[in-house]
Ligand binder design. Structure first.
Ligand SMILES: [Zn+2]
Length: 65
């Protein structure tokens, strides 16, 4: 998957595929849909929800200080 060039197009594609998961911290859409198995996701925290990459890495950094 391309990293930099998928802003708007990616969101459109996701919306057609299924409901996108939104980051529980910043509210941004993530690359995952509700149909994505939790095992395949990065940034999913059990009993909390899905985080975007940025928030997830922020939390990870803080915890591993
Ligand atoms: Zn976020």
């Amino acid at each position: 998957m391309a990293n930099n060039n998928y802003k708007n197009n990616q969101n459109d594609q996701m919306a057609k595929k299924g409901t996108v998961e939104y980051c529980i911290l910043c509210g941004k859409s993530t690359e995952y849909t509700l149909e994505t198995p939790i095992d395949f996701r990065d940034g999913y925290i059990e009993d909390v929800g899905q985080l975007c990459r940025k928030c997830y890495s922020d939390i990870y950094k803080n915890n591993n200080n």
